[in-house]
Design a protein around this ligand. Structure first.
Ligand code: G3D
Length: 182
């Protein structure tokens, strides 16, 4: 059973269908992570960089995934807000090696957390501090501090250091997410 099959099985205990939103800035590693998590037969070998606003959607068992970039595209904001109300869990991917854009990621996270469809809901948020293999990568603890995660009080959250190229750390994150629904 793949990671997502297990997660889907757990969601299935309580809900017919669950929507997971996988978001983060462009180039943070969302596509690579999602491709790692998908069962092998669904894996895409060529990962096309996301340009402009594109949304990837796929369903697996009773899990529905929506993946998109939150990068500097204010004009698309109304479009992505549309997906917030359906989300039952969020995977927020951060490029730990891109210190300059951590500030942007933090701003986007705060906008997300303050959104009407999100702020009063106790939905779990899994953060991947991705690209841990990069020499200049910050530790997951440092990323959590710089992102102000300790200020998230009304939602369960967890941060995992990950290397989406090898898959390291991804399992831990999915296990945590699974626990939130079991
Ligand atoms: P996105 O979907 O968030 O836009 P992608 O990001 O999954 O397309 O990844 C962007 C680039 O980062 C890709 O490189 C990808 O291989 C790389 N990447 C993703 N995760 C990791 C990681 O954990 N470590 C390292 N070192 N690189 C990672 P290219 O060169 O194809 O643009």
């Amino acid at each position: 059973m793949g990671f997502l099959d297990r997660l889907a099985a757990l969601f299935g205990l309580k809900k017919k269908e669950a929507h997971v939103l996988c978001i983060g800035l462009d180039n943070s590693g969302k596509t690579t992570i999602i491709n790692r998590l998908k069962p092998e037969k669904l894996q895409v070998m060529d990962i096309v960089p996301t340009i402009g606003f594109s949304v990837e959607k796929f369903a697996m068992s009773n899990l529905k995934f929506t993946v998109f970039d939150m990068s500097g595209q204010g004009r698309y904001r109304n479009l992505w807000e549309h997906y917030y109300k359906d989300a039952q869990a969020i995977i927020f991917v951060i490029d730990s090696s891109d210190k300059l854009r951590l500030v942007v990621a933090k701003d986007e996270l705060n906008l997300l957390l303050g959104h009407d469809s999100i702020k009063v809901r106790r939905l779990p948020i899994l953060f991947y501090a991705n690209k841990m293999d990069c020499k200049e990568a910050l530790s997951a603890v440092k990323v959590a501090t710089l992102m102000g995660l300790e200020q998230i009080k009304n939602k369960p959250w967890h941060i995992c250091a990950s290397n989406a190229l090898t898959g390291e750390g991804l399992q831990e994150g999915v296990d945590w997410l699974s626990d939130q629904f079991s």
